[in-house]
Design a protein around this ligand. Structure first.
Ligand code: GAL
Length: 373
């Protein structure tokens, strides 16, 4: 099985070289091993195929991509979704694009912007060739961009979107910086639609008003802001009346969300018809509280999240979560890596690159689960 995956990866890499420009949806791979197979190991085991791939990659980039150094900083390692994302980044960069494993260095920002800024400064001092950054605070983008610009190092921002003014500046001033992510408004809208698609449109007690609680991610983050706003907007724009019983930050964290949901269920009891969570980790926490309170999802309460974590998708199949939204880390990791490679090849890169979210409900949950495996 492991060998089969490697052979598939080699095939994928060859295919990628011949369609180098593509940045849409695409490569899927294992999310299992952070210490993914290196190009060198693959070569040992798959001899000629890997050699052909390495040569094709080299020709396509007009130099040896394998020797370029990629510095990656993740806002914090202790985040379910960003763990899937960084695992896929490393896999794709090494297995599919042919970067040497030792040249792809991933650091933990530990949720501390000052610490992360130091790490980035070190990447710059050590003359890394390109950076892929998941900022602790997106508002630090102008400062970080200027540091990278002065050093002549291109930067690919991922997941936490800098503001549009900053993105426009990269374009206007021809700065080698870009953002790869998803439009969080779309995920919020999908969450609202999932509630509207239930038999009673989220109005379980039939009183004409959807009573909900909102468990937010980190509110500095545009993903949290937009998901909060657009999930509810989908309801009101379809003509439904809503009442927010509670909105509280859970910082994308399962344990925090469990506590918030538990307290809310104690305080508001049967009044709560919908629990919106800005991500699936928090939906998993909310589900623990819902079950402990003796409530039943899709019967007397609805629950939605975002990300399509394996466990959450399984819960959708089992009727324990109303829906989720696939935050496609395969396509985002591929696009971010492809943009880094483009910068290294001196090719033009758009300042913003968006990947689509996919709505996940009972009807397609098994397909999505198969993709994730
Ligand atoms: C979101 C994701 C969350 C969390 C956050 C970190 O896109 O849905 O689970 O990982 O990014 O910025």
């Amino acid at each position: 099985m492991r060998l089969l995956k490697k052979v598939l990866a080699v095939g994928l890499a060859s295919a990628m070289v011949f369609s180098m420009a593509g940045c849409g949806s695409g490569a899927k791979g294992t999310t299992a091993a952070p210490e993914a197979t290196t190009a060198a190991e693959t070569k040992k085991e798959d001899g000629s195929a890997a050699e052909t791939t390495a040569k094709a990659v080299k020709d396509a980039v007009g130099g040896d991509l394998a020797d370029k150094k990629v510095g990656i900083s993740i806002y914090k390692f202790d985040d379910n979704f960003m763990t899937l994302y960084r695992t896929e980044l490393q896999r794709y960069l090494t297995e599919d694009l042919g970067f040497k494993k030792e040249n792809v260095v991933i650091q933990d920002g530990k949720g501390d912007q000052a610490e992360q800024t130091n790490q980035i400064q070190n990447f710059i001092t050590q003359k890394y060739d390109v950076l892929i950054l998941n900022l602790v605070q997106a508002s630090s983008a102008p400062e970080i961009t200027n540091m990278c610009k002065e050093a002549g190092i291109p930067v690919v921002y991922i997941n936490r979107e800098p503001d549009t003014e900053e993105e426009q500046r990269w374009k206007d001033e021809k700065i080698n910086a870009t953002y790869v992510g998803c439009d969080a408004r779309q995920s919020g809208t999908y969450q609202g639609e999932e509630i509207l698609e239930t038999s009673n449109k989220g109005d379980i007690n039939g009183d004409g008003v959807i009573n909900y609680i909102m468990i937010q991610g980190d509110p500095e983050n545009v993903d949290a802001q937009y998901r909060t706003e657009f999930s509810v907007k989908a309801l009101t724009e379809s003509g439904m009346k809503v009442k927010e019983l509670l909105k509280q930050r859970g910082d994308w964290d399962q344990a925090k969300a469990q506590q918030i949901a538990q307290d809310a269920l104690t305080q508001y009891g049967d009044q709560i018809e919908v629990i919106f969570c800005n991500n699936d980790a928090m939906a998993l926490g909310a589900l623990q509280a819902i079950e402990a309170a003796g409530r039943t999802v899709d019967k007397d309460i609805y629950l939605v999240g975002v990300d399509a974590l394996t466990e959450a998708v399984q819960n959708v199949i089992d009727g324990k979560q109303t829906g989720t939204v696939f935050n496609d880390h395969f396509s985002q990791a591929k696009t971010a890596s492809d943009m880094a490679a483009k910068f290294l090849k001196g090719e033009a890169v758009e300042n913003v690159n968006m990947v689509d979210y996919i709505k996940v409900t009972k009807g397609n949950a098994q397909d999505i689960l198969d993709k994730l495996k």
